[in-house]
Design a protein around this ligand. Sequence first.
Ligand code: ZN
Ligand code: ZN
Length: 344
Amino acid sequence: MTEQIRRVLVRSLDDITLEEVSAPVPGDDELLVRTTVVGVCGSDTHAAAGHHPFIDLPYRPGHEAVGVVAGAGKGAEDFAPGDRVIIEPNLYCGRCPQCRSGRYNICQELKVFGCQTPGAMTDLFTIPADRVHRVPEGMTDIEAALVEPLATPVHAVAKAGDLTGRTVAVLGAGPIGLLVLAAARHAGAAKIAVTDLLPGKRDRALRLGADAALPADATDLVEQAHTALGGPVDVVFDCVAREQSMAQATDLVAKGGTIIVVGVGAGGTTPVRLDLVQDREIRIEGTLMYTGDDYRTAMSLIASGAVDTAEIVTATYPLEDAAKAFAASVDPEQVKVLVTVDAP
Ligand SMILES: [Zn+2]
Ligand SMILES: [Zn+2]
């Protein structure tokens, strides 16, 4: 009889259960991985609420995963049972122009493991061996679980160009905003202001090294930010991606400056001040996920202690309490919520 495993099934925010399914078997070039830690992402809670433009319900989540290799298919023998790994969840075609130019994060046929395919919020899963990275010696599973969430900010920061000596505003102090702060600091930004509606999140941004943390709903936010940063801002990272944050971004940014859209928009149309974009030569650029280079940079950042894990991971729940993990993750006071999986 094949082993039965538990797997999280999300039908809605109020209907998150464990299904029992047969353990998967690794095919050629695939690994069988036993999950140890898996993060709940903002995209997971958006999807559960039915708000994510690219994730359909029901779905089986888990794209921020750490685990231990439990088996290998033919061609995946570079890995041995017991190897600790993190997954890089972008599943790409390798043939389209974007893939061939190395930008497989925007593959024309991109699927994200745990978003458009069953994910790692389960006991055991299979994944192509080229989509995993070994966890460096000395890195805990909890730290390793932050590599994926940090890789997106690392990619976004790389898009902005050389940040050395430049001023930065980060709109939104959720997990992505706080990790953009860490990545921008590491990339050499001179001064960084973070905005958020919640005082608790602003305090956390200050503890994580922001030079200023400003109330996102202040009527004089732009003046406050310009005062804190010494003038209009070289680069704005919009981790909120709503009409109000884009309006703030275009008012905050310097002439010739850059706005990087990091947050997932609501879907539909978002008004943008094109007159300012044109007149001030503002560059607006989107950013999606990451590639292997960003992953390796994120891993070395975590290994170097550049991210205060205790400030980012605010709650952990066992797999059987995945519903509670999602509920906690919706609480705006939480930053990163993790699910831990113990081998049965
Ligand atoms: Zn994510
Ligand atoms: Zn492709």
